[in-house]
Ligand binder design. Structure first.
Ligand code: CU
Length: 265
């Protein structure tokens, strides 16, 4: 219904509501633009100097424009209270049960996205600043913590199963970044010192999206949506949406690799 907006292809369960809100806002703003624009042009001609050489000091006495302004106000309040606020409330109030969702921590830094899965135990391992090493351990994950042994970390690669709620716990190591995936219609700032949850349900696998777009190289991209420094433009992460089986297989491989004894330690 909202193709005319030219938005990126939709690939999340809640995105349709956001698109329809964007659509209605555009329709209403177009009506306002044409309405006020024509009124302005009419007034310029109607009250031109040759016809009205002397200004009218009492001015307008009719209340017609007040009614129009009242109407605009009512429609704006409907957009705000009937559409925007309930939509936003549903996003932030009804976070799915973590037991039924994929929970993943995504930590922005200049200029990359660190992805951290809790592993099969579902518990994120301890992190410690002292263990932080930009090359080998960018999150300072403590592998000696029992909860941390099976944790999986990646850089700029977020793997997700299709049709399952995902809770992304957003964090930042340095400045404000913003996690934006246009196809999922999600965008949220990552703020140092805070862990901010966002959630969505991806509905289209990367493979399916490649077929639909006819682009064999299509990738969901996490674009940093806050100017965060000189490398901001290259702060890109990628999301791979897979079937539940493919995702589980990928996760099992990662867990096995993470738990394998490290010969360099
Ligand atoms: Cu950034």
């Amino acid at each position: 219904m909202t193709e005319w907006l030219g938005l990126p292809r939709l690939a999340s369960a809640h995105g349709g509501q956001i698109d329809s809100l964007i659509g209605w806002t555009h329709i209403f703003m177009a009506i306002l633009f044409v309405g006020w624009g024509s009124f302005f042009a009419y007034v310029l001609v109607r009250y031109r100097r040759s016809r009205h050489p002397v200004a009218s000091y009492p001015g307008l006495t009719s209340h017609a424009t007040s009614y129009v302004e009242g109407g605009v106000l009512v429609v704006e309040m409907i957009l705000l209270f009937a559409f925007s606020i309930p939509l936003w409330a549903a996003r932030v109030d009804h976070i799915p049960d973590p037991k039924e969702a994929v929970v993943v921590q995504v930590t922005g830094e200049q200029f990359a996205w660190n992805v951290h899965y809790p592993g099969p135990d579902g518990v994120f391992g301890r992190t410690d600043l002292k263990l932080l090493d930009l090359q080998s351990n960018p999150l300072g994950l403590d592998r000696s913590d029992p909860a941390g042994k099976d944790d999986v970390t990646t850089l700029n690669q977020l793997y997700l199963p299709v049709n399952k709620p995902v809770i992304v716990r957003l964090r930042s190591k340095d400045v404000i970044h913003s996690f934006g995936v246009p196809e999922f219609r999600v965008k949220q700032d990552a703020i140092p010192g805070l862990t901010i949850p966002i959630w969505f349900v991806p509905t289209v696998t990367t493979a399916e999206m490649r077929t639909r777009t006819g682009n064999a190289e299509f990738q969901y991209e996490i674009a940093c949506a806050q100017l965060c420094g000189l490398g901001h433009a290259r702060m890109r992460g990628f999301v791979t949406v897979q079937s539940a089986d493919e995702f589980q297989k990928w996760m099992d491989e990662q867990v096995a690799a993470a738990s394998a004894p490290d010969p360099f330690r």
